[in-house]
Design a protein around this ligand. Sequence first.
Ligand code: C2E
Ligand code: MG
Ligand code: MG
Length: 578
Amino acid sequence: MNDSKYSGATEAELGFLKEIVRMLPAGVTVHDERGELLLVNDAAANALGLDGSRPTPDLAQRQEVCVQALRGGRPVVTEESLQAGAARQVLLTTHRPVRLAGRDLLISASSDITEQKNFEDQLFRSAYFDELTGLPSRRVIEHRANSILSRDNGGERFALAFLDLDNFKHINDYYGHSVGDALLTELSKRLGRDLRETDMLSRISGDEFLLLLSPIETQQEVAEFIESTLQRLTAPFFIDGSEIFASTSVGVSLYPDHGRSFEVLRQNADIAMYRIKNDGKGAAAFFDASMEREALARTRIEQSLRLAILEKRFCCAFQSKVDIRTQAVKGIEALVRLRDDEGVIQAPGSFINLAVELGLIDELTHLVLAEIVKSIDLINDTFGADATISINVAAKQAGKPEFMRSFAQALDDTGFPKRFMIEVTEDAFVAKSHFQAEILPMFRKLGVGISIDDFGTGFSSLSALADITADELKIDRSFITDIHKRPRSQGILRAIESLSEALGMTVIAEGIETYEELAYLQAATKIRYAQGYYFSQPIFLEELKLATPASSESRGSVSNRPAQQNRQGYSRASGYRR
Ligand code: C2E
Ligand code: MG
Ligand code: MG
């Protein structure tokens, strides 16, 4: 430093000042008019790699900026990115030209903003790219589609495909989340193969992807491409020692045929995908207008379901489980019914899945229990005070500890928890959720029975039964219908029967409708209990109250066919749809 001007300062003071400049945490440099360095403090020497502590970055660009700033005569703020090998350092530098002791100098002060910059970059990447698969995010694909839309002069066509992995929840539950993540990554690689520079694949949420195919000429060409993609997905994925089969449902919309904005095209592709999901999954469909009507109808049901729950427009029908030898009622099952906007009673097939999807099912289950408690005297008068009372619990609820805890508490609060059974489908047991290990013991402690509903239709196999601890197993109606005429179902029935016997579970045959089915069960199996229209339709307690009071002999048993006919008549009169 040229300090001849500072003649007033003592040597000691000058030394002191120099030391301070040297040790300043910000990097300070001074250049002369030729761009030569006159002063570099420690922080700057370190940042610029002049002290040997790190590889020297390429400083040519910095030199150039300094010379320009000197010539410009005005302060300049720059962001300098210094790359030395793989390491990057970012400095925020203020260059200030000054005239000191008759010389033009440039004083530059830098602070290191590398960390902040890295963080910003990471934020940027996570806004635009999916961390797991590295695919562009929804924003990016939306931007790409919008830029095609904005420059369109009528000639450019493109396709937007909505892809949704089938049963991903099962896979996640069964194999665990890390396998689920690995599957998504592998799947995205397979999906992304064979794309052109101008196409784009994006992951928009959990197991949902959007594919933009642009430009396209014909629908046929898109159909063939999607078909070949689906074909590629049929091969198994090998992850973590497991062989996983994963299918994908695809809905496609075309621009301009099916919409003129990204949002409409995405929605319509989604609607087409939804149709595939309902039609058996693993295939692709193009959007058409009939699907739109369907989607509208669905929205209407959704609205009315929310309203019905809000207004508590639910009631229960009860169906008995019968001892097929004595006709005695072993227990009853509560089946929820919805009174729709027009007062028509709806069976749960039309709304249960939706209630699960919309997160309304928990409230519904509590309403069912409340109705049972309210009517317990009538239930006892009708079916006997020993009859067990079964309540259905959706598999999704069964895996949720918070709900199940509150439900167990509510059962306990009735004062007669031992009367109850919960019916869950086998999916709840198979899922690697808390159900079997944590939730079941809670119910066992209360004396609540556990029943496996609709057995044979779910995700598990017979071998999975061995791991399940339940009191009762209900064989699905699909095996029972016409059992006397179907040797294959008879074989399956025998296998289920002997397995449940070995595991100490009571077997119930669901959906007996005819005398022939019953006769087969009685003659060829040891199955003791059944449920079905043959014995009794689900009935409303109110209807029983209105009908002739049950005689003391018939109480607790379903003894005569005429009485049953009578009940059916009442059900119809109230508008109940089977
Ligand atoms: P599920 O638990 O397997 O109940 C048996 C279903 O079969 C009932 O249908 C019953 O009316 C019907 N059914 C009984 N016997 C026969 C027969 O002989 N022939 C025929 N064709 N059907 C028969 P529903 O009441 O329509 O209920 C359908 C499903 O909805 C139930 O199947 C159950 O999974 C679900 N569900 C009912 N109530 C509730 C509830 O409160 N919560 C939950 N999560 N699910 C419920
Ligand atoms: Mg059931
Ligand atoms: Mg069932």
